[in-house]
Design a protein around this ligand. Sequence first.
Ligand SMILES: [Zn+2]
Length: 243
Amino acid sequence: MSFKYKILGYFFKEKSKTEVHLVLLKWSSYYKDLSTVNQEIFQIRTLIFIKTTRFLSDPNFYVSPEMKIVISSAFTQVTFGLKIVALSKFNTIFIAPSAYTYQKINQLFDGDVNIKTNRVNLSWPAVERGFKISDDALNLCIHEFGHCLIIENSKRNYMGIFNENNLESYKNTAIYFINEVRADEHSFLRNYGGENLMEFFSVSLESFFEKPNEFSQKLPKLYNSLAQLLNQDPRKKEHPKLN
Ligand SMILES: [Zn+2]
């Protein structure tokens, strides 16, 4: 483990790291497959995210430590190859007991990133489904955190979350493939990704993590460009980080 994580590790109790470990062995197939050293780094990054995030819910809906760990692990997973360990704008997460609606919008939501309130809203049953079925390219938390990363990256004047060149080359690749998704009803990426580039990124992320082998075979160019952007390749289960 690098010096940086050794030092950071001292800030958290062994008890907390063990708790994260046990919860994630149960919930996260990504975590389960990591090498021991990477699991230790993952625990520390997840604990930092929890510490820097405010979790809210309805007064009559209890959010357990386990739920916080599961949700936070999705952020750690997506950013495992990057320097960023926490969000600065969207550091409030509201957990709803079921799908919800907004006034004046006649639609049920499982989750959304609200740029007016700077809140990430997630419905717990959808979070649960996302983790329990880990190979269907549907994971609400990965999806919503994808939106957070793109929005926060755009607000940073210097030291972006992503490497500029990698983001540029990802964008060019995405613009090409979004048209394929729009034109093909049976495309590998689900059609919702055709809505716009923002949704395309999040939908791609879900497949990138949940169906990496199929993704890399069917759309190698897009897969590689995402791998560069996130500095990780989920096919390398024990050591996904590239550099
Ligand atoms: Zn979305």
